[in-house]
Design a binder for this molecule. Sequence first.
Ligand SMILES: Nc1ncnc2c1ncn2[C@@H]1O[C@H](COP(=O)(O)OP(=O)(O)OP(=O)(O)O)[C@@H](O)[C@H]1O
Length: 896
Amino acid sequence: MPDVRTSVVETVRAYLSRARAAARIHQDGAKADLAATQARLERVRQAAAQRPARAAAERDRRLAELDARHTATLADLARRASLAGGMRAPGAAGEPWATWHPTPAARGEPPDLLRVGEIRIPRADAGRPRPRPGTFDTAPALVPLLDRGHVALVDNVQQGGDAVVASLLLRALGRTAHGQIDITGYDPERLGGGLAGFAPLAPAGLLTFVGPGGLTPLLDGLVDHIRRINETVLAGDYASLAEMAARTGRRPEPWRVAVLLGGDEPSRHERAQLDRILRTGAACGVHLIVRGIAVAEHETVEVIRVNGYRAEISGCGPLPVQLDPPPPAELVTATCRKIADRVSVGPAPAVFANLIPDAFWTEHSAAGLTAPVGDSPEGRPVDVTLADYPPHALIAGPSGTGKTNLIYAWMGALAARYSPEELAFYLLDFKEGVSFARFAPGRRDPSWLPHVRLVGVNVNTDREFGLALLRFLGRELRRRADAAKEHEVTKLSELRHEDPEGHWPRVVAVIDEFQILLTGRDALAQEAATLLEDLARRGRSQGIHLILASQDVSGIEALWGRPALVAQFTLRIALPKARRILHEANLAAETLPRHHAVVNADSGAPDANRVVRIPAASDRRVWSELQHKLWQDRPPWLGPPRLFDGDAVPRLASSPDFLALGPDVRDPVALLGESIDVQARSARLPLTRSPGRNLAVLGTRVDEACAVLAAAARSLARQHADGDARFSVACLDPDAAATAAALRADLPADTGWYDAEGLAALLPSIDPSLESGTARPHYLVVFAADAAAARLAVREGGRTGHEHLRRVLNTGPERRTHVLGWWRSVNRLRDDLGGTGSRTDAIGAWVALDVQGADLTGFFPQQGGPAWYPRPWRALYFDRARHRTPEVVIPYGLGG
Ligand SMILES: Nc1ncnc2c1ncn2[C@@H]1O[C@H](COP(=O)(O)OP(=O)(O)OP(=O)(O)O)[C@@H](O)[C@H]1O
């Protein structure tokens, strides 16, 4: 048993020993853990003890950084505010008084803000927690007044307030065009003393003082003015005068600034009027500077609280403002005196540049053409319209009063507003001189006014050219009327709407000294008057407008006989001393100063007068500057205008019809000279195989006769390949020899050359009846054919030379043999044809030079011959087969 007990004890002991050992191990582990935890705790404790100091350092670093950034931003903002301030108040709006002088803004520039002092922005140096007292950045303290609002001064010290009022007024005066600000002063306390420095403006009407008790009428007047501007000037088209000025560059009304300096408490009516002005005045250029009268808060009112030279301005927030000192008294009076002097003298002369908009070709002419021709006496632009009403204009004034200048000004203003797609000019000057030539390319200046399609100068003796223009316009009128009918509309504005792809510019035809076209009781004047009447009546709806100018009362009288025609010219422009263009009772033109015009869009009725100052627009340099700009912008499809110069001699070699000729034509055409027409066409004589297709040039003028024959022969030669046609040249007048020889040199090499003897031998040899139908053409060009009469009278082989000549004339053309001859008188031709009573039909076409119309009786279907008064380098051409009336042609120059 003891053994059992012993064994149990030992087992338990062993078990306990193991358990103890295990517990010891656990205890050791726990101890180690405890030590580690305690060590960590100690570390955490130590770290925790260091943390507040680090956080504070970090916080301080961040604060310093923010401080520096803030300081830099503030300095930058102050710098930028200063810069921006300078830009918003340039020149006289912001300049210090020491260097101040008026700098009026340019036309159309919006008015600036006005400086009254400087904003002081406290400067905080980096690293310093607080700004150092007395250190600050500055920016101009600007106040909006003109076109923007009103200023209310709240002050208790006189000085600073006086300085603000004087600064605002002087800066506003110096920054606007002279005379563009009307000031009214209401100063019942000091009876105007508050504005004493500005008194020199009073005599020029730019400053009015209102006495005590005058506040009501003053406010009523301003309210009335605002109403008038809204009704008649802005008229619903613009929200404000500022918008009108920005869009049109025009400011038709001056600003009105009323300075109200204290007084009794306003009545209820006055307060209501004040409120109205504060609400609505700025849009109409009416502004108040109020001091000592409490005004309602309004967004348009800038409140300045003045305390000595310190102030707070509502627009600058709480930032303190240091007010500028008042402008020196002598600067104020000297400036006001200068402005008053300038305004009393009257506005500066009207300037051509003011008629030209900043941007070209922005207007559309569908409804009409509107452009200024000058300024009103107050300096405001005066627009003139050509449309359905008024459709046409008459301009009159004695020589030298500026009609041409007015036309230039008007054309410049129109051409700058309307593109060549919208407007086309046709210009004709019957005066001697070349006033419209500048619009066409010249030798020195290749530019042209892109709107001009035709220029006629030196046409005083070529009334035919005026007629040609009217015929052309008549055709254009019909073309437009037809197009309108096709689109089932009646007016140009509707046609343009229906046919947007069509090219339908408004046409303006200007005819200077138009009466020349209508003088004389001949058929030409009759036709011209009838065409004019038709154009004037029907042109209005088709966008064809006439501007007729005349220096001579007879010009107007030429129209007076046609009341229906005159009635269409409802727009009348009278230059000084122009008579009979306005209504009889309208004497406005009598007293008109130089370079002025009365524009009247109601047929001259006195009520419709508008006096306009016309700018000088004739200066070539100024004009060509504008023309060059417009020319550079011209559309690529637009060619130069046709220039018809009555003094110039046309050249065959450069005439379009000559250049278009080529060989192998069926019926050759002889070109005889240039037609007087809107296009540079040649007068043509078709040489068909019909009887009478010969030409007689008649008259004694050698050069012109030679020119016609040479042009005819040269143009024929161009239509035949070498050898295809035969040319024979006979020259029987030594004066014509040089031309004839030069011609021969240009004709085919086998061209025959004959004198009288040779001609007498040649004629019998020409036997057209023997030629076959395909015979080659033969042109017999005879210079001074009559000089061969004695030789041709000789009978040889049973026949005289004359008989041979007549045979060739009579039977030649059918066989392609044509005589192109020059006879120095009609009678000599008649003799060559067989004497008085002989047949003349072999001469189917003639060109008369210095030959009286009556002499041509036998060669012209009507009794008495054609109406023809010979003039230098002009010829009358008649082709029995084609003409009803003869046409005037200009021979091509002998130079080729
Ligand atoms: N508004 C103006 N301002 C300055 N100069 C002008 C003005 N109008 C005309 N002139 C000048 O007066 C002169 C005569 O002008 P213009 O040739 O236009 O007159 P006109 O009536 O057409 O004369 P005429 O019928 O004899 O040709 C020109 O030298 C012109 O430059």
